[in-house]
Design a protein around this ligand. Sequence first.
Ligand code: HEM
Ligand SMILES: *[C@@H]1O[C@H](CO)[C@@H](O)[C@H](O)[C@H]1NC(C)=O
Length: 478
Amino acid sequence: MSFLYLIFATFLLASIVLLIILSKDPKNKNLPKGSLGFPIIGETLSFLKAQRKEQGAKWVEERVSKYGSIFKTSLMGSRTVIIVGQAGNKFILTTNDDVLAAKQPPAIQAVGGKNNLFELTGSRYKLIKGAMISFLKPESLQKYVKRMDDIVRNLTLEETRETDTIKAFVFMKKLTFNAACDILFGIQDEFTKEKLFEDFTLAFKAIWSLPLNFPSTVFRKGLQARSRIVDRILPILRKRKEEISAGVTDPKSDVISCLLALRDENEELIDEGTIIDNIVMLVIASHDTTAILLSLMIWKLARDPEVYKRVLEEHEEILKGRENGGGLSWGDIQKMRYTWRVAQELMRLIPPVFGSFRKALRDISFGGYVIPQGWQVLWVACGTHMKSDVFDRPDEFEPSRFESLSRPIPPFTYVPFGGGLRTCIGNEFARVETLTVVHNLVTGYKWSQLEPEEAITRQFMPYFSMGLPIKIRPRKSS
Ligand code: HEM
Ligand SMILES: *[C@@H]1O[C@H](CO)[C@@H](O)[C@H](O)[C@H]1NC(C)=O
């Protein structure tokens, strides 16, 4: 009996080992070169260490020079193929999602909800995205420039009333959150906004935490915050629904209304759960990204007198040309060309999003190599942003490279907003917001960095290690 058992156990063990070997090492396939590092953790530690020092580009470059522009590694517990360069970006960003699926880490899925845009595919994905774009496209955003300007002016006044020392990044988070609540969701009530902000702050921490659902973990607190967010938004959603059917709210007035008015191919309304997941997702996608770009602008303008001077000139010119009493207009935004090129150049050198993952749903080949089913695929912005065959002297800050008509930027090389099928749909919103904030700051205030040596550290997104403390005063009194 025990002998039989031993044979059985040996057989079982052998087949498990064989299965592991077969599944983990597809021998007869031509895999990309590269190192999978240690078991399970792979090269995660060295990758994260490089990220923390904002040297992710160097980490990638070292491997590219060793193995070529497609290489394998192992990150966050998954075998990963990183592909750099224009052709690689195009391949990853335009391959259909039934082959290369968008894939977020488990913690983002849990906090964002299972029906958020990042998780959706096929016709459902197109439907929800279409409704969001109907609000986020330039033609519809034009109407909100004045409101954005009011929000920015009021909040900046309030923030600087009592003190001249603020943490710019913290303030930018507050500002972008308020603008998103007000303009994207039509939520104006101060108390609601404040409570939502507290809970979203907890939810944000959970996104980058280990998904361990035990009492008092960061992850658990994030999930609890998410359920409070749902409880708070649900009544707003239902009230809005009534207002739309009573005809007192325009179904195009914000993203929530656009989603509420939406009908699928069977003429059915979209369920509340899906709408809520996508509201949460929009906050996740827009909040840190835009606050980071704004902080980079504040940082650059404090450090580079030449850039500051040109930006100031551009905005004073706009002030002069403005009709008496008229607020900031869409036309004014279009005139802020140099300012936007500064933002573009900052996003080239310090991309707010390092890159993003896809997952191979079946074996797929690129450049003569096989990417096996189940592996992660990662595109990275630095793989083209820092290449001298795409950008002359890539290490130098040169906003004019974005105005050169003789040398336009080739497609899929400048990718701070991604590209192809899942290009950022909030890029225009981010542009309007960034330009409005810079306009208000440059024309109304003067500021300087309190910690000029402050480092930039990355957790996939770049953060100022001290929150970018600045001294800021109204311009007139200085
Ligand atoms: C400077 C600010 C921003 C940056 C750098 C940025 C960057 C990106 C990038 C790189 C992607 C593509 C991810 C991928 O390929 O997997 C993306 C997607 C997305 N972004 Fe942004 N984003 C910004 C602001 C915003 C804002 C303000 C919103 C919303 C109002 C937004 C909403 C989205 C959404 C919904 C997607 C997913 C699109 C899809 O899956 O089809 N983003 N963003
Ligand atoms: C900005 O402040 C002014 C004056 O206090 C107020 O009338 C206006 O409603 C505020 N606007 C916004 C968008 O908060």
